[in-house]
Design a protein around this ligand. Structure first.
Ligand SMILES: C[S@@+](CC[C@H](N)C(=O)[O-])C[C@H]1O[C@@H](n2cnc3c(N)ncnc32)[C@H](O)[C@@H]1O
Length: 239
């Protein structure tokens, strides 16, 4: 797990570039977490990144959080943000969804913008393992992202934000690598006016999965599955 490098170059940019997605996602995630049993163990967060979903968990449920994040550069941002928040409720595990030791009891599972990192066989094993440990009524909350098929994705125009006198920007493109997988290339740059001061890139493999297919996988693991656009929720049936 220490060798995980795919997001190594993203640490400087990912948080800033991810912020715009969260004003819309935040209340949807909070609603999906309604009814989480505060006494049913921790909430497991898969691929916590810089902690934008962790923020929602901390502000929505009283449970502790077990946040699995394989990228050292993103863990650096996450740990710094948790320290600034002054919370001791989050355990940050240095590894991914297939490496984190699962607690015996889990109140809920959250995985935002990360399910494409999981190969089909790993997903199947994971949903079964978490379903066995989930509290009655506990949700697994995931979301899916484009592309919906293994097709080339043309690079989109640079987007970003300004911090002080500099612009931090990113763009991305993808190429198919198989019938249900693509390889993303994210490019990042730091710019002052027309002068590019720094440039870097991050490449990672991504498994294609639709919301409906993901819901079917959760249903196969004996969870009550529902789809709300890109959000997929599998809930352990009540006793
Ligand atoms: C696009 S980021 C999303 C981060 C955060 N969840 C958010 O929504 O802002 C994808 C995250 O998945 C993580 N990741 C990659 N492979 C993973 C795996 N096998 N298990 C768990 N997380 C993984 C990456 O390190 C990265 O933090």
């Amino acid at each position: 797990m220490d060798g995980y490098q795919e997001y190594a170059a993203s640490g400087e940019y990912l948080h800033l570039l991810s912020l715009p997605a969260w004003p819309v996602l935040r209340p949807r995630l909070a609603t999906a977490l309604t009814g989480v049993d505060p006494d049913a163990g921790p909430v497991l967060e898969l691929g916590a990144g810089t902690g934008l979903g962790t923020d929602v968990l901390l502000e929505t449920v009283p449970n502790d959080v077990l946040a699995a994040e394989p990228s050292a550069s993103l863990r650096g941002v996450l740990l710094a943000r948790l320290a600034d928040r002054g919370t001791d409720r989050v355990t940050v595990f240095p590894g991914g969804a297939t490496e984190v030791p699962l607690p015996d009891r889990i109140a809920a599972v959250v995985g935002m913008h990360m399910v494409g990192h999981l190969a089909p066989a790993d997903r199947k094993r994971l949903w079964t393992a978490v379903a066995e440990r989930l509290a009655p009524g506990g949700p697994v909350v995931l979301n899916v992202q484009p592309p919906g098929a293994a097709e080339p994705v043309a690079e989109w125009p640079w987007i970003g934000v300004t911090v002080g006198g500099l612009a931090y920007e990113g763009t991305g493109s993808a190429e198919p690598t198989g019938p249900d997988s693509v390889r993303w290339r994210m490019r990042y740059r730091t710019r002052r006016g027309d002068t590019v001061l720094a440039e870097t890139s991050a490449d990672y493999d991504w498994w294609i999965i639709s919301a409906e297919r993901l819901a079917a996988e959760l249903a196969d693991a004996a969870l009550d599955a529902s789809v709300d656009e890109d959000l997929v929720i599998g809930r352990k049936p009540p006793l």
